[in-house]
Design a protein around this ligand. Structure first.
Ligand code: SF4
Length: 338
């Protein structure tokens, strides 16, 4: 049987993931550093889906329409041959791939025959195309901050004065909005380049960078299920109480987890003395019982620093200079309210 659905699913599954593990791209650079870190250190298995394929196909269709309408667009991905141009920064771990480069044309005198003129192309802007679902397109009046950052940063990296950001309704390519945006200045771009450098350094040493949670950043983040930093209550939220019947199941699980931890603690304190006594009696650190081997392992005591005494003996040490602030996170406590 000819099975189109299976063929499409197999094609998507077999796609190679675009390897961004060694650099930060323009579409991510404005986002949450922790999300970028997770994207580069952990494979979420996502290779795209039907929706992302539709997005790519529509972007190609939009570029093709813009070209047929008279724009000179080069270095774009036509869906068959990836001709997309890549711009890498020489000093920072940043590489960008604008959707296309728009060229203008100007006349200049011919080099050998100044009486004649020749037309020469020159880079005018980078192109960034976004396809949006019909409902989202209807409510769109301004481009999102992340689109603006991406387009302006791409223009900076490509060394062109501006970027053309085009948003189209995925159901009707004649529904178009576009914004011409100035390339990022050196100063603006420097902040993002430094941010990329810090994220890649964090990746090298395996320490998570600070999160930048926000409604925009966290809404579509693939890591939000496991991320404890997506929401830290502010002073107002700390005082608020709300009815939340939707978490009854989750609260029940937390309660069970707490009971299991308490039970584990009680079981351990019952079992440990019995095993130790038997080990001493047999003068053996390895004891067989049923299908288990209990091993009594000596552990060295933890070495700790008596900071109070050290600071008293050395008042010249500036404690604040050696303090390290850990990343904020949340803990969830349960309180029985009857
Ligand atoms: S959920 Fe929010 S804070 Fe957490 S990694 Fe994602 S974007 Fe960052």
């Amino acid at each position: 049987m000819i099975d189109a659905k299976r063929a499409i699913e197999a094609a998507i599954r077999s796609k190679e993931k675009w390897d961004r593990s060694h650099y930060v791209g323009a579409s991510e650079i404005g986002g949450c550093p922790l999300k970028i870190y997770y994207d580069k250190t952990e494979d979420d298995g996502f290779r795209g889906n039907g929706k992302t394929e539709r997005g790519h196909a529509l972007e190609s269709a939009v570029i093709s329409l813009l070209k047929r309408g008279g724009m000179d667009i080069r270095h774009y991905d036509n869906g068959h041959t990836n001709k997309q141009k890549e711009f890498s920064h020489p000093d920072y771990p940043v590489t960008v791939h604008p959707d296309g480069i728009i060229f203008g044309h100007r006349k200049r005198p011919h080099k050998r025959d100044p009486a004649r003129t020749v037309t020469e192309p020159f880079k005018v802007a980078v192109l960034e195309v976004k396809t949006v679902g019909t409902d989202a397109f209807r409510s769109l009046s301004e481009p999102s901050a992340s689109w603006v950052t991406q387009t302006r940063f791409n223009a900076f990296m490509a060394g062109v004065p501006s970027g053309l950001l085009v948003a189209v309704d995925a159901s009707d390519l004649e529904n178009v909005m576009s914004w011409e945006l100035e390339a990022m200045t050196e100063v603006e771009a420097a902040a993002l380049l430094e941010k990329a450098k810090r994220i890649m350094a964090a990746k090298e040493i395996g320490i998570e960078p600070m999160a930048e949670p926000s409604a925009d950043n966290c809404r579509w983040c693939g890591w939000k299920e496991r991320c404890e930093r997506r929401w830290i209550p502010d002073e107002e939220a700390k005082e608020n109480e709300a009815e939340a019947p939707e978490i009854e199941d989750a609260v029940e699980k937390m309660n069970r987890a707490k009971a299991l931890k308490d039970e584990a603690k009680a079981l351990e304190s019952e079992a440990k003395p019995a095993i130790l006594s038997a080990a001493q009696e047999h003068n053996a650190a390895r004891l067989k019982a049923g299908s288990f081997l209990a091993i009594v392992e000596p552990r060295k005591g933890r070495v700790t620093l008596d900071t109070k005494r050290m600071l008293a003996d050395h008042p010249e040490i500036d404690r604040a200079a050696y303090e390290k602030q850990g990343a904020p996170s949340v803990a969830i406590k349960l309180k029985e309210i009857g």
